[in-house]
Ligand binder design. Structure first.
Ligand code: XMP
Length: 308
C-alpha cells in the first residue's frame, strides 16, 4: 500500500543526496506529474530548483495564467515564451511522432539554454511509470523520456515508479490545491497531438476553443471528477454542413471522454446525452470553422487515448 508520507521522506533524502548543493531545473507544465515532481524536489533542495514553465504555443485556454498563479508563490518559478521557436519548427509537419520528436528536441534545447544561464547541472522530470513502460513498448514516444543523445544535463526522475493515482495522493499530502491534483492529464506536446495534420494558427485557435467548450461542459456536469480525460481533437477532414440556409464546408471535430486508472487501458463510459449534444451544438455554433462533431466510442485497447 502506497504511503505518501513515507515516500516524501525517502525521496527528499534521495534527491538531496543526488543533487547536493548543485542547481537543478524542471519543466513545470502545470500537469499533475510535473507539478508534484516540482514541489517534491523543491522540498528537498528549495531554491536550488528552478521550475520553468514553457509556453510552446500549444497550451490550453488560460493555461499560462493558471500555472503562473498556482506556482509563483510556491516555488522558484520562471515562465518562458518560446512560441515562435516551437511553432516555427513544427511548420508543415504532419506526422504525430515527428511532432513529438520536434517538440522534445526544442524542449531540450530551451532547457539546456536556461540551464546554462542558471548554472544548473540537473534536469528533474515528472516521468511516471506508464510513460516509460509505453515508450519501451514503442507505443508512443512520450516526449519526457525521449532525450536526445549528448544531453549535458543529468536527469533526475523522483516519481518514475509511481502511477497517477499515487502521484495525486502525493500532491494532496504536500498541500497542492484540489483542482490542481485532480486535473486531467494533459500531454506535454499539448494541442500538437490533438491537431491532425499540419499545425496552423487557425487550427490551434479552433482546437483550443473546442477543448475549452468540452472542459466547461464536463465541469458543469460534474464529470471532471470521474472522467480520466475529456478533450476535443481537430481532425484534418473537412465535411459539408449547412449553417443557416447556406452550404458550409468545415472541420470535423472528434470529442473523446474516457475513464481509466493509469492510462494503460481506458473505457468510454455511457455519457449524459444532453451534455454530449450541448457540446456538439456549442462547438458548431461558436466555432465558425467547424461543421460536424463526432463522439469517439473506442476503448483502449485497441485505440489509444489520444488519437495522434
Ligand atoms: P495514449 O494516447 O498513449 O496516452 O493512450 C496515454 C496517456 O499519455 C498521454 N500522452 C502523452 N503525454 N507526451 C505526454 O506527456 C505525449 O507525447 C503523450 N502522448 C499521450 C495521454 O494524454 C494519456 O494520458
Amino acid at each position: 500500500m502506497f504511503d505518501p508520507s513515507d515516500f516524501i521522506t525517502e525521496s527528499i533524502e534521495e534527491i538531496k543526496n543526488r543533487i547536493g548543493d548543485k542547481k537543478a531545473i524542471i519543466a513545470l507544465s502545470g500537469g499533475v506529474d510535473s507539478s508534484v515532481a516540482s514541489v517534491l524536489t523543491s522540498r528537498a533542495i528549495e531554491d536550488q530548483l528552478l521550475a520553468v514553465f514553457v509556453d510552446h504555443g500549444l497550451l490550453r485556454e488560460g493555461e499560462a495564467d493558471y500555472v503562473q498563479k498556482t506556482f509563483e508563490n510556491r516555488l522558484n518559478f520562471r515562465s518562458v515564451d518560446a512560441k515562435e521557436e516551437f511553432l516555427g519548427k513544427l511548420e508543415g509537419v504532419e506526422d504525430p511522432e515527428e511532432k513529438r520528436k520536434i517538440i522534445g528536441e526544442v524542449f531540450i534545447r530551451v532547457f539546456e539554454r536556461i540551464a546554462k544561464e542558471e548554472g544548473a547541472e540537473f534536469l528533474v522530470q515528472g516521468t511516471i511509470a506508464p510513460d516509460w513502460i509505453e515508450s519501451q513498448g514503442n507505443i508512443k514516444s512520450h516526449h519526457n523520456v525521449a532525450l536526445p543523445e549528448g544531453l549535458v544535463l543529468e536527469v533526475v526522475e523522483p516519481i518514475r515508479e509511481l502511477y497517477k493515482d499515487e502521484v495525486r495522493l502525493l500532491g494532496t499530502e504536500m498541500g497542492l490545491p484540489d483542482d490542481m491534483v485532480s486535473r486531467q492529464p494533459y500531454p506535454g506536446p499539448g494541442l500538437a497531438v490533438r491537431i491532425a495534420g499540419k499545425i496552423t494558427p487557425e487550427k490551434i485557435k479552433v482546437c483550443r476553443k473546442a477543448n475549452a467548450i468540452v472542459d466547461e461542459e464536463v465541469k458543469k456536469e460534474g464529470l471532471d471528477k470521474t472522467l480520466w480525460q475529456y478533450f476535443a481533437v481537430l481532425t484534418d477532414t473537412k465535411v459539408t454542413g449547412v449553417k443557416g440556409d447556406i452550404r458550409d464546408y468545415g472541420y470535423l471535430v472528434v470529442i473523446r471522454m474516457v475513464e481509466s486508472l493509469d492510462a494503460m487501458t481506458a473505457d468510454v463510459p455511457e455519457l449524459p446525452w444532453n451534455m454530449v449534444k450541448t457540446i456538439s451544438q456549442r462547438i458548431t455554433a461558436e466555432i465558425s470553422e467547424v461543421t460536424h462533431v463526432a463522439l469517439s466510442v473506442s476503448d483502449k485497447p485497441p485505440s489509444t487515448i489520444e488519437l495522434a
